[in-house]
Design a protein around this ligand. Structure first.
Ligand code: UVW
Length: 334
């Protein structure tokens, strides 16, 4: 029996709030260990209509990069002769569109990388904590969609996509209750806020009108509250992987700092910088990889139509040894 999140916070044998060692001293899968063969059998039993939904944006979706250093890819198609084509991709930032951020992506400022991995080894050519391990294990299991955007709209409290709204864990419980769905150990959680659909609509409108309403506006997004309650919700539900249709899963910009795991800072967090973001609790301490910019609107429509919010979810991150992140290549089958 694995400890609860409050037990993790009380650890003295490893960083407080961490799962380090619980899956083995050399583990490099973190919470993906919750996704077992039994869970895959359960997931396969959920397919009834056989309809498949791609959860990825097109790889070239952002000609204007969403995160400035992750520029647009260059795709070249060339002919070896008149009837033989090859192609190549340059400037591919695996985290530029729909992605999975693996366990290399973030370390904790006080404790370092997941399971105490040596930061010197987190380089190209070394497999430590690489995203290829996710490909090898198989990200295939029960996906559960929580349509937070639709739930809040239904509750008369719709999301304003121009604001960095922080969503507490209790809203996840409310949404699940409203939808009549339970989170089971080993689930892949799909959180729809509606942010990405809104953004893509704005981009389409700009393309039609020739205006650029986005480049000069700072990136803001609704997302999960940066708090221990959020981490507790994930850990105590034994979520294997959490993905959302926003930029960072958590609210953006990251406003909290020093999301410390000391007991005296549980709950609300002091204001400040990037270094406190929830990423630094979920990825390096819990070993929970994060999916971002997943396109969930079409799936959500289908789920809403027949009130079935679970699916077989298959994502195939690149088997890139030592990769930090990867295009998600995710499909939901229901
Ligand atoms: C942000 O920090 C906005 O995203 P990522 O997790 O992809 O770095």
């Amino acid at each position: 029996e694995l400890p609860s999140y409050s037990d993790l916070l009380a650890r003295t044998d490893a960083p407080p709030g961490s799962s380090w060692g619980l899956f083995g001293d050399d583990d490099d899968l973190g919470t993906l260990n919750f996704l077992t063969p039994e869970r895959r059998i359960r997931a396969a039993s959920l397919v009834s209509s056989g309809q498949a939904y791609s959860l990825d944006l097109p790889l070239d979706a952002f000609r204007q990069p969403l995160i400035s250093h992750r520029g647009a890819l260059q795709h070249t198609v060339f002919g070896l002769n008149e009837f033989h084509r090859d192609d190549k991709i340059d400037n591919l930032f695996p985290q530029a569109t729909s992605q999975i951020d693996g366990l290399r992506h973030f370390g904790h400022p006080d404790y370092g990388f997941y399971n105490g991995a040596d930061p010197e080894r987190l380089i190209a050519g070394d497999p430590t904590l690489g995203i290829h391990r996710y490909a090898e294990h198989g990200v295939a299991g029960r996906g559960v969609l929580l349509d937070v955007g639709r739930y809040l709209e239904h509750s008369g409290d719709p999301i304003d996509y121009t604001q960095a709204r922080s969503i507490p864990a209790r809203v996840l419980d409310e949404t699940a209750r409203h939808q009549g769905v339970n989170i089971e150990p080993g689930d892949i959680l799909l959180l729809r806020f509606g942010w990405l659909g809104h953004r893509m609509n704005q981009m389409r409108q700009d393309a039609q009108t020739g205006k650029d309403t986005l480049s000069d506006t700072p990136l803001v997004s609704v997302g999960l509250e940066q708090s221990h309650d959020t981490a507790e919700w994930f850990w105590d539900h034994r979520v294997a992987l959490a993905a959302a249709d926003n930029v960072a899963l958590e609210v953006w910009p990251a406003t909290a700092s020093g999301l410390s795991v000391r007991a005296d800072t549980q709950g609300a967090l002091p204001p400040s910088s990037h270094t406190g973001m929830l990423h630094r609790i979920l990825i390096p301490l819990l070993g929970l990889a994060i999916g971002e910019l997943w396109q969930l609107d079409e799936l959500a429509e289908a789920c809403h139509a027949d009130r079935r919010y679970e699916c077989m979810l298959v994502a195939t991150p690149l088997r890139l040894p030592g990769g930090v992140g990867s295009p998600s290549n995710a499909v939901a089958i229901r």
